[in-house]
Design a protein around this ligand. Structure first.
Ligand SMILES: NC(=O)c1ccc[n+]([C@@H]2O[C@H](COP(=O)([O-])OP(=O)(O)OC[C@H]3O[C@@H](n4cnc5c(N)ncnc54)[C@H](OP(=O)(O)O)[C@@H]3O)[C@@H](O)[C@H]2O)c1
Length: 313
């Protein structure tokens, strides 16, 4: 089968197609014939030598990145009872481990996937994996009905799922986006959209129960200041909560938290249920072919893509 090997840290040219053996399912695994995969900022960071790169370099050869997949089960291990060949499934595979999703076939623990809802495409299903799980795993820990919250980067992969999930959970949701995305973000159910290019968000919002920060840096620092006493802020980029942020948060009696998404089939099932009932929708703004995967990386690297970028087979 064809797979993309990450040869070295660097530009998209380091992603090169190789021919390797198809994976074989161990007892608790399934092998999925991929129909679509999605690309995340962590893929870009790892390709550039940050994030998971060093760990992968030490432990795996070839390095095959990618975690988000939707496809059809080809074979199942002897202990797998909940899935059978031919089932359409989706999930985030082995994150933060060696997911190996940039390939025509991928093996996945059966405990990490769910059946793909029949009302959505493989492209939409592949999109509703890492980003959707991140939003769900964080929001269920930190918000409750009636909370007044802000989602930074509401038009992004995590942000667009977070707005919808926070509305399902009964929060009052504000989100930031640039002018070109305000109609889109409003359509996701946001009660208020702040065009961060026209006015600093801290001029129009304060005293919040919770902020989901997708950006880190200066945005995170300014975001801490709009959370009320005893409120919480979760920052998504790893390493963003530096000492200065912790001190600022502590001085305001705000809790600043980093949480990493983890593969989980039960959580995927919740995502599947919401997708099936139409409560949750995946925005797929760009679709590339497997041969164009490097172009998909270049798009996500801009940090300005709407919803999700997907690669189809
Ligand atoms: N901790 C974890 O487990 C975890 C999980 C997932 C992601 N992450 C991290 O979280 C971050 C976000 O991930 P993502 O997938 O949501 O990213 P993404 O899809 O690449 O985000 C792109 C979006 O960001 C918006 N944006 C850019 N600058 C902005 C600003 N200053 N204010 C408001 N919006 C802005 C853009 O909207 P406009 O064009 O309208 O500006 C664009 O739609 C990444 O660093 C990622 O690595 C961490």
């Amino acid at each position: 089968m064809k797979a993309y090997e990450l040869k070295e840290a660097g530009s998209v040219d380091q992603l090169q197609i190789i021919e390797i053996a198809k994976p074989v399912a161990t007892a608790n695994e399934v092998v999925i014939k991929s129909k679509a995969i999605s690309i995340n900022p962590v893929d870009i960071k790892t390709r550039m030598g940050k994030s998971l790169y060093n760990e992968f370099k030490q432990n795996y050869s070839p390095i095959i990145i990618g975690w988000d997949v939707s496809g059809v089960i080809e074979s199942v291990g002897e202990s797998v009872t909940q899935f059978k060949p031919g089932d359409e499934v989706f999930g985030m595979i082995n994150f933060p481990g060696h997911g190996k999703a940039y390939a025509e076939y991928v093996s996945a623990p059966a405990s990490q996937i769910a059946k793909k809802p029949t009302n959505i495409s493989h492209e939409e299903a592949a999109a509703a994996t890492l980003a959707a799980l991140t939003a769900y795993q964080i929001l269920r820990n930190y918000i409750k009905t009636g909370d007044d919250i802000l989602i930074q980067a509401g038009a992004g992969g995590v942000g667009h799922f977070a707005i919808q999930i926070a509305k399902i959970m009964g929060a009052h949701v504000r989100a930031t986006a640039s002018a070109k995305n305000t109609v889109f973000v409003k359509g996701l159910g946001a009660d208020e959209v702040i065009d961060y290019t026209r006015q600093p968000f801290e001029d129009v919002v304060s005293n919040l129960d919770f902020v989901l920060d997708a950006l880190g840096g200066d945005t995170l620092k300014r975001s801490v200041q709009i959370v009320k006493e005893s409120g919480k802020i979760v920052s998504l980029p790893s390493g963003a909560i530096i000492d200065e942020i912790n001190e600022l948060a502590k001085s305001r009696n705000v809790e600043a938290i980093f949480q990493m998404v983890v593969s989980n089939g039960e959580d995927m099932q919740q995502i599947a249920d919401w997708l099936e009932t139409g409560k949750l929708k995946a925005e797929v703004s760009q679709v590339f072919t497997f041969g164009q995967l490097r172009d998909a990386h270049t798009a996500v690297e801009t940090g300005r893509t709407r919803g999700k970028v997907v690669v189809k087979f």
